[in-house]
Design a protein. Structure first.
Length: 467
């Protein structure tokens, strides 16, 4: 019997994502079982490792489709195989002595392999005390799993829960991710580097603008704020914040000639391109007044997350979006954006998954307007494989929703952008009868377990596979 899981689980989808996102060509499946899941992963080179009886079956049933190695007989050869061109998968289930297994994984990590481990949540394991602390022979919690990984010198970038591939998508698996490149980059973080510039556009967002500006500052960013001639006091709040933080905030009203009849998003995006072009050698974040952005690495700021991306050689960062929704009739209280909303939903349309909105500005002007602001493009763009989190709060109460959709947005859309470019259709589903609240049963609770339960969805493309 294999000591590893033979049933389908999403760790192979995650492995496929990182093969594509990092440009690695080899997947190594330690404990490949029947080999069926390994063969579903698109890779230039596939390597399966397991006990002799399973490897013999794989050689018979999947001849020529992968390289098959016996764990015991070829242990030394197995150590040599995984390297910086490899993604290693190890899915554990059965109670066993894992010392040799974790030693092998630790060597793979040292050689530069990106490693994914997975185990059903609550599975029982035992680990001999000589490898580190002695762990009770009971079901593993996330914290216990972290403790084991630390004890065997396998530091994780992420530890959390992940769904099975079954219809219920239950979060019944523990998954850990280990990336030596990111681990090394985190160790190289410095103080006093050039701060990212968040180019923030706004119109009539007086209830959130101060909180969002302050949040970006606390996340280590400077701000260039573009106000589209707000009429609700937003501009006055922007100026108050700017005066209190003169070395961190710049502001302007756009267009400079005065208020325009229509909301011309394309021109605002061209203006963002111009501002970015004045800041070569600096990270730029294209953002709006109803958004909070976060690094994918707990304990780091947005600015530090971008610095990690730079150290690894990336020049563009993508985000995964979650939309927070009001679930009752309570009015929204300014200053409570990060605490008032208890439920969210993942993206539901293609534009939600085109979120390349942070980049390292080079000498040439980038193209942002061509995509409607969804995906910045420039020569030589290199995507960071870890997606960042975008917390989006577009509708904050019944009254706010009606005012925003019917007064501040629909009545101001540019006819050219709406009718010719096909933009601004995201509020088309609302009518005068809409009450701008969502049933809790159709949403996901947002609580202290969010990152553990959903972080793997945020940093990869699993959302696009499951939504």
């Amino acid at each position: 019997m294999s000591i590893w899981e033979p049933q389908p689980n999403c760790v192979y989808d995650v492995a496929g994502y990182f093969l594509r996102a990092t440009g690695r060509s080899t997947i190594v499946d330690i404990g490949c079982g029947t080999g069926n899941q390994l063969l579903q992963v698109d890779a230039a080179r596939r390597i399966g490792i397991d006990h002799a009886e399973n490897i013999e079956k794989c050689r018979q049933e999947h001849k020529g489709k992968a390289e098959w190695y016996e764990l015991g007989a070829a242990r030394q050869q197995c150590v040599v195989l995984p390297d910086s061109d490899s993604v290693v998968v190890c899915t554990i289930t059965q109670r066993t002595d894992l010392a040799d297994l974790f030693t092998l994984l630790s060597i793979c990590w040292t050689r530069g392999a990106l490693i994914l481990t997975s185990a059903p949540d609550g599975t029982t394991f035992s680990l001999p005390s000589q490898t580190g602390p002695s762990f009770p022979d009971t079901g593993w919690s996330l914290q216990k799993y972290r403790d084991v990984l630390d004890a065997v010198n396998l530091p994780p970038i992420y530890v959390g829960r992940a769904p099975n591939r079954g219809a219920d998508q239950s979060l019944s698996r523990i998954i850990s991710l280990h990336d030596p490149l990111v681990q090394q980059a985190k160790a190289q973080l410095t103080e006093g580097g050039r701060r990212p510039l968040a180019v923030l556009s706004t119109y009539n967002e007086s209830d959130v603008i101060a909180e969002v500006m302050q949040d970006l500052v606390e996340q280590g960013c400077d701000l260039a704020v573009i106000d589209n001639w707000s009429t609700d006091g937003t501009w006055e709040i922007i100026e108050h914040v700017r005066r209190s933080l003169p070395d961190r905030v710049e502001s302007e009203r756009f267009p400079s000639s005065g208020s325009a009849e229509n909301y011309e998003w394309q021109k605002i995006l061209y203006r963002k391109e111009e501002i970015a072009a004045t800041c070569p050698g600096r990270w730029i974040i294209h953002t709006d007044a109803d958004e909070l952005r976060r690094s994918p690495f707990p304990g780091t700021t947005l600015a530090q997350g971008l610095e990690i991306a730079s150290i690894t050689g990336a020049s563009r960062v993508n985000f995964n979006l979650i939309n927070f929704r009001p679930v009752d009739d309570r009015p929204f209280s300014p200053g409570s954006l990060s605490t008032s909303f208890t439920h969210f939903e993942f993206g539901t349309r293609p534009g939600h998954f085109a979120q390349g909105k942070a980049w390292f500005q080079g000498d040439e002007k980038v193209s942002l307007a061509a995509s409607g602001g969804h995906m910045v493009k420039f020569t030589g763009a290199r995507d960071f494989p870890y997606r960042f989190l975008l917390r989006h709060y577009p509708i904050r109460s019944k009254d706010h929703g009606a005012r925003k959709v019917f007064v501040d947005r629909r009545s101001r859309w540019s006819p050219y952008e709406k009718n010719t470019l096909g933009w601004h259709n995201h509020y088309d589903g609302f009518s005068e009868e809409s009450d701008f609240t969502w049933p809790k049963t159709e949403l996901i609770p947002f609580n202290e377990d969010f990152w553990e339960n959903h972080g793997i969805h945020i940093i990869t493309d699993l959302l696009q596979k499951t939504v």
